[in-house]
Design a binder for this molecule. Sequence first.
Ligand SMILES: [Fe+2]
Ligand SMILES: [Fe+2]
Length: 432
Amino acid sequence: MNLGSDQTGMPETNYLQQVAELGEMQTVVCTEHIQSVDGARLLPKGAKLNRQVIKHLLNHKLLKPIDLTTRIEDAVDQQTLITLGRSLMERDSEMGTLLRMMRGEKFVRQSCARVHLEPPIQNKLTVAQKLHPELLEHSLRVMLAVTVIGEQLGLSEQELEVLATAGLLHDLGELHLGIVDLPLEQNLNLEHWQQVRSHPIVGAMILQQFPAYANHVARTVQEHHERTDGSGYPYGLNGTAMSRTGRLLSFAELAIGALKKYSLRQLSNIIKSNLDALDPQPVGVFLNALRQFQTQITVAPSEARDENIVSLFKLVAQLVSSAETISESFKSTPGSIQTCLLGPVVGNIHQTLRRAGFDLHNTEATLAMINNDQETFIELEELLMESVYQLRKALLEMERHNGGRDGDNQAIIRQWVADAEQHLDTAANLLS
Ligand SMILES: [Fe+2]
Ligand SMILES: [Fe+2]
């Protein structure tokens, strides 16, 4: 795919098309002549950018990035962010709980005021707001979550500003790569996966152009998918190689992503069982904050919930058993990534459950043992939640490694991934 570029080498074609699309909804005006690198005047100052005129720009390398030569009327500003944040607090119970732990609406206003907005970046946020509202909402969630953690850790005002700004701008690279609407939890082909891997780098490149973002904000954005245990991307950095703000943002991104599928209570259990892979600082803060709200997140016993846990146990048993069959049949293919991933994950799930007295190979005995005992139910629910989380993680890894390859093993794996994905969605519904 030819992504085009401006003089800075930024992939631009996709983004230009989105700005033109936006020009159909609200005024996008050239604040100076738009020129190509070889000096041709492509659009005069004062011209309006829309689908009609965009064709004049698409086949040229532009002298300056489009955001430096255009202004969008009614662009996203701090007030827009505050209004969005307030509405998030009202309609999203998990986010509302987190924000009320802080100072509620006042915290939302203060966090938004910490975000530094350069006008060209406001253009990008407006493209996100109008064409990809879910991207802006996700960015705002991450921004609020990371400032909650930053404040609880007692960071300086300067670091909080870096965190809030990087939190809000962390995924802007996606706009230039045209991957905003990619369903990330489905099988990505190799090209898409490479674009996904590069969005933190493109995001950082965009921000490096502005002195206010250069270094700290740009570096934090570049690190937002790195993981402290070295399993992240784009560079597989470990915790010691990451900046403190990068580690906090990476945790916030992970937590907000998990909250799409799990409740705060479930998330806190997942975090507790993955402490080795996570940065202890934000984890401590997060768990502490949740403890304060323990009364709000305690689940009352109910028959329907118990039935769900039994169904979930059967689902996990079925998934693990099919994974074992696949893992066994690929043992003859040494080094196969699928065997490497599935074997240990399934082994761990078995071991953890068995240690607590639950046997996935013997559903009847396990269910008889629970015998309607509430404490045992709760323990089993937590362990199953963790198993579902581990399986989903393995599934995503396998999809990534599998992208673009072919062969008999891959076809079997793809089928397993598709079945597992369906089962896990059912599981997530049972858990919610
Ligand atoms: Fe991202
Ligand atoms: Fe993100």
